[in-house]
Design a protein around this ligand. Structure first.
Ligand code: NAP
Length: 486
């Protein structure tokens, strides 16, 4: 392998202009590296926050934590930001750091292959092929909507769409709406559509644990304080982070706070759902935290409305007139599929080929895995952001992204000095063992179905430990874990 392409300032291809891609670009800009291109298949920056525009879309992680540590924002209007505010924040970041000239919108990367002779990546889009030293993926885990495979879906005579592809041309006022699914997206959109629809049938397969959302608007005094006293923002963010680590994380390992969280969720259910029959339907029968906990205070009241019906019979098929369950037809004018995302198919739309024509898809046939969630053996200079096992069930994933970006920045001097780098199979094996051991103490092992796991039941989505540990182990690359071409 020659290393013709490895200059002091490497060229970097970034896929995706969401939180991850923008964070990478900002750090390159800060380091004075301008030889990067962000390829974005959509028409704007923002990733999932550009795509998910369903009514009520927002984040259940507080805004001060669900944002970059280096880009504090005093304009948040409330503790839990809505979709448009988060999108506004990301757009502001793209503008403030002058990223836009290097973002190629409406440009999907279809394939990327490592050219061993050049020691560079050939990145393919519809415009042709371009060479880069480094390939960084920031494609998200929740970017590709998953439609269910229910017989008769194409026969439906009304309008149907996925929650992440909301059809805003449809006025739901006075209409009969079927919502398939009851995850975090459904929990946010049902209260909004129940206010206008004639009737909403919610098709629930598995009940979820729901905790109240202690939202609050930031008034003028708080806003001004955040604006003029930056240490206040820093302290608030730090407090939020510590709280999630110390109180929320043990829920995921069935630790000291798990019984408290369970009791809080059951109290929330009792307080908000007076009907004991509906309560029974909504009571989960698996450990709290095993699937993504919903944090919402409007979901249960919406389900208790007279025009909302929670259907727990199995869906058999979709008929032209509506949804057919084992108990019969539920007529509908509109079907909303709030059925989640193809989360386990990491990087799937892009055909990625490493050394010796190894295809990432084949390497991952037994489930996606990456050293620190970032690097894969045989794929030199490929770095993943928000890759396998880096999702969180208790705090902000933006924190993880920042750790990964710092790690990649730490790799760049090695690349310049020692040529393309790839993680060794030994380091990967040791990582897998370590991850497996940590996974054993989590509630995800309880066997419930969720997007945290792949088809074989292996947890490929989530990080099993604290984010403090992740920050520590990703602080700087360990050269011994890599093989260099020079
Ligand atoms: P999800 O949590 O994966 O939920 C999908 C829902 O669809 C589940 O209720 C699932 O039932 C149901 N479903 C799937 N296929 C079905 C079928 N064939 N028949 C009947 N039901 C079916 O998806 P999501 O609600 O879009 O949320 C995904 C993730 O996005 C969340 O977990 C969260 O991490 C993130 N999110 C975050 C926020 C936030 O506030 N931060 C908001 C929205 C989304 P089963 O459960 O039985 O499989």
């Amino acid at each position: 392998m020659t290393s013709e392409g490895l200059r002091m300032e490497p060229s970097v291809a970034i896929i995706g202009a969401g939180f991850a891609g923008l964070c990478m670009a900002i750090h390159l800009e800060k380091a004075g590296i301008r030889s990067y291109t962000i390829f974005e298949r959509g028409s704007d920056v923002g990733g999932t926050w550009r795509d998910n525009t369903y009514p009520g879309a927002g984040c259940d992680i507080p805004s001060h934590l669900y944002s970059f540590s280096f880009e504090k924002y005093s304009s948040w209007t409330c503790r839990y930001p809505g979709q448009s505010e988060i999108l506004g924040y990301l757009r502001m970041c793209a503008d403030k750091y002058s990223l836009r000239p290097r973002i190629r919108l409406n440009t999907e990367v279809t394939a990327a292959a490592f050219d061993e002779t050049l020691g560079r990546w050939r990145v393919r889009t519809r415009d042709g092929e371009q060479l880069f030293d480094v390939l960084v993926t920031g494609m998200g885990q929740l970017s590709r909507p998953r439609l269910p495979d229910i017989p008769g879906m194409s026969d439906f005579a009304g309008v149907a769409f996925h929650s992440a592809r909301w059809d805003h041309s449809q006025d739901l006022s006075g209409r009969r709406v079927a919502v398939v699914g009851n995850g975090s997206s459904a929990a946010q959109l049902i209260p909004r559509i129940a206010e206008v629809a004639e009737r909403v049938d919610v098709f629930q397969r598995t009940p979820n644990w729901v905790l109240p959302k202690p939202d609050a608007t930031f008034g003028e005094v708080t806003g001004t304080a955040f604006r003029y006293l930056p240490f206040l923002q820093r302290a608030y963010r730090e407090w939020l982070l510590r709280y999630t680590e110390i109180v929320a994380h043990p829920v995921l390992t069935d630790g000291w706070s798990a019984p408290l969280a369970r009791r809080r969720a059951l109290n929330h259910l009792r307080a908000q759902v007076p009907d004991p029959r509906l309560r029974a339907k909504l009571t989960p029968g698996y450990p709290i935290g095993c699937r993504r906990i919903i944090v919402d205070s409007e979901f249960y009241p919406a389900l208790s409305r007279p025009n909302v019906n929670v259907v727990t019979d199995e869906i058999v098929r979709i008929a032209p007139e509506g949804v057919v369950t084992t108990e019969g037809l539920h007529p509908a004018d509109v079907i909303v599929y709030a059925t989640g995302f193809l989360a386990a198919d990491f990087l799937a739309p892009v055909e990625i080929t490493g050394r010796r024509r190894r295809r990432l898809r084949q390497e991952w046939e037994g489930g996606a895995q990456a050293y620190l969630g970032i690097a894969v053996p045989h794929f030199p200079n490929l770095f993943m952001l928000y890759g396998p096992n880096t999702n969180l069930g208790h705090t902000s994933v933006v924190f993880m992204i920042e750790c990964q970006v710092r790690y990649v920045m730490g790799c760049l001097p090695y690349l310049a000095e020692r040529g393309p780098m790839e993680v060794t199979p030994e380091a990967m094996r040791a990582w897998r063992l370590r991850l497996g051991r940590a996974m054993e103490s989590t509630v995800w092992r309880a066997g419930c179905t969720s997007w945290y796991t792949d088809a074989t039941g292996r947890v490929t989505g989530n990080w099993p430990a604290t984010v403090a540990l992740y920050r520590r182990i990703t602080r700087a690359p360990r050269p011994a874990a890599f093989r260099f071409s020079r």
